[in-house]
Structure formats: structure tokens, C-alpha cells
Design a protein around this ligand. Structure first.
Ligand SMILES: [Zn+2]
Length: 298
């Protein structure tokens, strides 16, 4: 990937080396909006975007002028103490920014606003609205606080132990977590969590597989649009993502860990399934093609 120099996200909460105490994110309230309307320049910009992208400009305007129904976390730059300026943080920040652009546009096409998730970088362990998480958990998304948590040391594990090297493999992992955020916004994640409470472990795992494969499909959708941007995705990148999807399939991980496979305990899907659904999203770029819940064959 040629990611250096691209736009970085401002939705990064860098808590590394803090023992789980957030210091950067001060409660600054809502992100400053344009206040009383967009002004002529804003409207012209929207019209130009609409013309270029073929999006109904009214959709864009209603998204922008919604008055901020959600609180977007933001930094108070004057007190920001440890800027995330190392290469690992810069990389995830660029990928996150690109997912914001992609999903912002897709949801706008479906007449919806895109409340962006926050990416929390941590080391060791971190408190979340979903409980305490440690590096051993791997990257995860918490629906209750709409945040993605990642200990960047996972990427070393991904490249080493899991044998899935490459920057696009790392991007896929993040895009998968953002996929869970999309599921949360669509109401899929809350439904799943509710349903799972009354299910047997076996049925719960089977449903979890569908949730996870859909997140893979959504990651594929991001890759679909990333690949259309000139000079961003390079030869071999998609293969890196497919390799990663294959390396973190339940069957492969179980075989690696214990030498045999227990299909009932799968909760992410097999390697072949993860590759298939990533490819599906990558091929279509269409959210409607990611209905893993009604798919007869996963
Ligand atoms: Zn997942």
C-alpha cells in the first residue's frame, strides 16, 4: 500500500503506556459544526460532490445539517500530550480515515449519517464499556461505546506467529472491526447480542459466525473502494488481506493451537468462509450483497 502522506483520522484515542487511564480525550462535547447552516460555499461544495459522485445533494445536505444527533469525540489539541506520530499509529490512522470516507459516502447514499467510531490504541490492557480488555483479546469493537480497541503489538503477532504479513493484512483487520461498527449502526449487533442471551452455546456460535463473516464482507467493501483510488492499493495487496483472512479462520487457528478442529466451537468462520465473504464484499462493493444471515451456504 502507498499510504504515507494520506489523510489521517482525528478519531484516534492514544492510550498507550497509560495503564488504561485515558488522558488525551478531554470531554470537549460535540464537534464544532457549521452552526446555522452551511453557507453558500458549503452548499456549492456539496453540489460539486453530488455532481461528481452522483449522490442526491439533498441526502448530503440532510446528513450534514442533522445538528449532530451523536457526540463525536474530539481532541483538545492544546492539551494533547503524546501525538500518535509513530509509524504504527500513523498507519492505522490513515486506514481509519479512509474507512470514514468510504462508509460516510455509502451511508449517505442510503440516506443515513455516519457517526464515526473512535480507535483506541492501547498497550497491555484497557477498560472499555464492554469490560476490561487485554492485548491477548486481540483487536475488538465495543458496541456500547462505539470504539475499536487495538494493541498494535497484535500486528507483530499477525505477521509472525499467524504468518499474515503485509500492510494490507493489517488494514483488513482494522476494516473488519469497522465492519462491526457498521453492524452496530444498522442495528444488527444489538439484535445479535439480544438473541444470543437466550441461545445455546452452539447456536450462539453459529450466529456469531454469520456476524463475523458479515464484518469480513464489509471489510471487503472497504477494500473495493480503496482499490479504486489511484496509487493507494498496490499489486499483491488484496492477496495479503485474503491470506490474513485465511490465517485467522477458526479451523486454521484451532489446528495450529491444538492440532484438531471442533466445528461447533467456531465463532468466526473457517478460513475458506472468511476468504469467501471478504471476496464477496470486494467484488460487489455493495452492502446488500453481505447478507450472511439469509445465506444458505456460508
Ligand atoms: Zn470480528
Amino acid at each position: 500500500m502507498r499510504w504515507k502522506g494520506r489523510r489521517q483520522s482525528s478519531n484516534i484515542d492514544d492510550r498507550r503506556g497509560r495503564g488504561g487511564t485515558p488522558r488525551l480525550r478531554l470531554p470537549t462535547g460535540r464537534r464544532a459544526r457549521t452552526g446555522g447552516g452551511l453557507g453558500l460555499t458549503g452548499i456549492l461544495v456539496v453540489l460539486v460532490i453530488a455532481w461528481v459522485t452522483g449522490i442526491n445533494p439533498l441526502t448530503l445536505l440532510s446528513g450534514l445539517e442533522g445538528g449532530g444527533s451523536h457526540d463525536s469525540p474530539s481532541y483538545d489539541t492544546s492539551t494533547r500530550q503524546t501525538p500518535a506520530n509513530d509509524e504504527g499509529a500513523q498507519f492505522v490512522s490513515v486506514i481509519l480515515a479512509d474507512t470514514e470516507a468510504t462508509w460516510g459516502e455509502i451511508l449517505a447514499q442510503h440516506n443515513a449519517d455516519y457517526p464515526e467510531p473512535t480507535l483506541v490504541l492501547f498497550s497491555g490492557s484497557v477498560p472499555s464499556a464492554c469490560g476490561y480488555a487485554s492485548a491477548a483479546t486481540g483487536p475488538f469493537y465495543c458496541g456500547a461505546d462505539r470504539k475499536v480497541y487495538i494493541d498494535l503489538s497484535f500486528y507483530k503477532q499477525l505477521a509472525g506467529q499467524l504468518n499474515a504479513p503485509g500492510d494490507f493484512a493489517r488494514a483488513y483487520v482494522l476494516a473488519h472491526e469497522v465492519g462491526h461498527h457498521i453492524q452496530n449502526l444498522l442495528g444488527i449487533l444489538p439484535e445479535y447480542q439480544k438473541a444470543r442471551r437466550t441461545m445455546s452455546e452452539r447456536d450462539g456460535n453459529a450466529l456469531s459466525v454469520r456476524v463475523e463473516l458479515q464484518a469480513d464482507c464489509f471489510a471487503g467493501i472497504w477494500a473495493h473502494f480503496a482499490a479504486r483510488q489511484k496509487g493507494f492499493v498496490e499489486e499483491g495487496d488484496i492477496e495479503e488481506a485474503l491470506n490474513a483472512a485465511s490465517r485467522i479462520g477458526d479451523d486454521t487457528l484451532q489446528k495450529q493451537a491444538q492440532g484438531y478442529v471442533v466445528p461447533d466451537s467456531f465463532n468466526h468462520g473457517t478460513s475458506a468462509q472468511r476468504v469467501r465473504w471478504f471476496k464477496q464484499g470486494f467484488r460487489t462493493g455493495d452492502i446488500r450483497s453481505c447478507d450472511t444471515f439469509n445465506a444458505k451456504n456460508l
